[in-house]
Design a protein around this ligand. Structure first.
Ligand SMILES: NC(=O)c1ccc[n+]([C@@H]2O[C@H](COP(=O)([O-])OP(=O)(O)OC[C@H]3O[C@@H](n4cnc5c(N)ncnc54)[C@H](O)[C@@H]3O)[C@@H](O)[C@H]2O)c1
Length: 344
C-alpha cells in the first residue's frame, strides 16, 4: 500500500530530526509520498503566519502528518501552533508512550506505560486573558466538558483493549477542582463500567507524580486532562532517560499528527547534536496507526538495539553527557537504518 503524508520539518532541531526520521522510515520499505508543508516560527518570518491554511488543508486532505517540534514564543507572540493544530483538527487524544530502553544510563529499565492526554480543552482551551491594561492579574480558564471527558476515557479503554493492556488509571485533582476535575473523574468512573475486563483506578495528580517516580512499573495506561498529561508525560520521559526518547501521536476521528514530545531545543539548531529517536519513534507510532505494525516494530527494535550497543548514541544517552565519543543526529540515524537493513 502507498501513503501520502504531510511532512512538517518545524523549527530549531526539527529539520535535522525530520530528515533522520524520513531516512529511517524509508529503510523499512513502506511506500510513502511526503507532502512537505510549513508551520512555526521560521514560517511566520517567511510568510507572516505561523500556520498557513495550505498546511492545515494538506493535513485535512491526507488525514495524516509527521512533524518536528515548533517554537512558541514564551509569554508573548503568537499562540502555540501545536495547540492550534490539535484544536483545529480536533485531535482530541494525545498518545504518549514511555518505554524503557535497555542501556540508557540512570533510567528505569522496566517501564512500559502510555499516557493518554486530553488534547483540546482544560487549561489549553485558549480562554486566557489579562484582567486590566497593566497586566497586574491574569486569568486562564480550565474548561472540562462531559463530552470530551467521555471521549478521551473511552479512547483510553479502547486503546487498552486493542493493545492487550490490563489497567487504566484516571488522574485528576477532584479534591480541589471539584467541578472541572471532579466531572472528569465522575465520567471516567462511569465509562470504566463498560470495560469490566480492564482494571480501573484513580489517582490525585500530586500523588501520581510521586508514585510515578517511585513505582512507575505499576502503571499501564494513564488517562488525564490536558495540563496534567503534559507535565506527567515529561516526568515519564525523564524516567526512561530523557525527552530524546519520548514519542507521541495526536489522534482524532480518522486523522492524526505524530511528533516528538520535546520542543525545538533552539540551542542545538544546526549542530548535529540532538537525539532524533523521539521523532523516529513518533514515525514508528505513525506506522502502527497506519496498520504497518511490522515496520513499526522493526523501528522500535532497531532503536533499542542501537541504544543497547551504546556506541553510536547521542550525548544524552551517554553516562557522561560530555563524552567525546557521542555521535550526532545523522550518525545515530545511520546506525538505526543499518540495524533495520540487517533485519531483512
Ligand atoms: N510539540 C512541540 O512542538 C513542542 C513541545 C514542547 C516545547 N515546544 C517549544 O520548543 C521551544 C523550546 O522549549 P523548551 O526549551 O522548554 O523545551 P525543549 O524540549 O526544546 O528542551 C528541553 C530540554 O531538553 C533538551 N532536548 C530537547 N529535545 C532534545 C533532543 N531531541 N535531544 C537532546 N536533547 C533534547 C533541550 O536541549 C533542553 O535542555 C519553545 O518554543 C517551546 O514552546 C514545542
Amino acid at each position: 500500500m502507498s501513503y501520502k503524508i504531510t511532512l512538517i520539518e518545524g523549527d530549531g532541531i526539527g529539520p535535522s530530526l525530520v530528515e533522520a526520521t524520513v531516512k529511517v522510515i524509508e529503510a523499512t520499505g513502506v511506500d510513502i509520498q511526503w507532502e512537505k508543508q510549513y508551520a512555526g516560527e521560521d514560517c511566520m518570518g517567511k510568510t507572516g503566519t505561523p500556520l498557513p491554511e495550505e498546511t492545515l488543508n494538506s493535513i485535512k486532505k491526507n488525514k495524516i502528518a509527521l512533524k518536528g517540534p515548533l517554537t512558541t514564543p514564551v509569554g508573548k507572540g503568537f499562540r502555540s501552533v501545536n495547540v492550534q493544530i490539535r484544536q483545529k483538527l480536533r485531535l482530541f487524544a494525545n498518545l504518549r508512550p514511555a518505554l524503557s530502553f535497555s542501556g540508557v544510563p540512570g533510567a528505569y529499565n522496566d517501564i512500559d506505560l502510555v499516557i493518554i492526554r486530553e488534547n483540546t480543552e482544560g487549561l489549553y482551551c485558549g480562554v486566557d486573558y489579562w484582567v486590566d491594561e497593566d497586566e497586574s492579574a491574569g486569568i486562564s480558564q480550565n474548561i472540562i466538558t462531559r463530552k470530551s471527558s467521555e471521549r478521551i476515557v473511552r479512547f483510553a479503554f479502547q486503546y487498552a483493549k486493542n493493545k492487550g493492556r490490563k489497567k487504566v488509571t484516571a488522574v485528576h485533582k477532584a479534591n480541589i477542582l471539584k467541578c472541572s476535575s471532579g466531572l472528569f473523574l465522575r465520567v471516567a468512573s462511569e465509562v470504566a463500567k463498560d470495560y469490566p475486563d480492564i482494571q480501573f483506578e484513580d489517582r490525585i495528580v500530586d500523588n501520581m507524580a510521586m508514585q510515578l517516580v517511585k513505582r512507575p512499573q505499576e502503571y499501564d495506561v494513564i488517562v488525564t486532562t490536558n495540563l496534567f498529561g503534559d507535565i506527567l508525560s515529561d516526568l515519564c520521559a525523564g524516567l526512561i532517560g530523557g525527552l530524546g526518547l519520548a514519542p507521541s501521536g495526536n489522534i482524532g476521528e480518522g486523522i492524526a499528527v505524530f511528533e516528538p514530545v520535546h520542543g525545538s531545543a533552539p540551542k542545538y539548531r544546526g549542530k548535529n547534536k540532538a537525539n532524533p529517536c523521539a521523532n523516529i519513534l513518533s514515525g514508528a507510532l505513525m506506522l502502527d496507526y497506519l496498520g504497518e505494525d511490522q515496520a513499526s516494530k522493526k523501528i522500535f527494535k532497531a532503536v533499542a538495539n542501537v541504544i543497547k550497543k551504546g556506541k553510536d548514541v547521542t550525548y544524552d544517552l551517554k553516562e557522561d553527557r560530555n563524552d567525546p565519543s557521542a555521535v550526532g543526529t545523522k550518525e545515530i540515524a545511520d546506525a538505526i537504518v543499518k540495524e533495520i537493513r540487517s533485519m531483512k
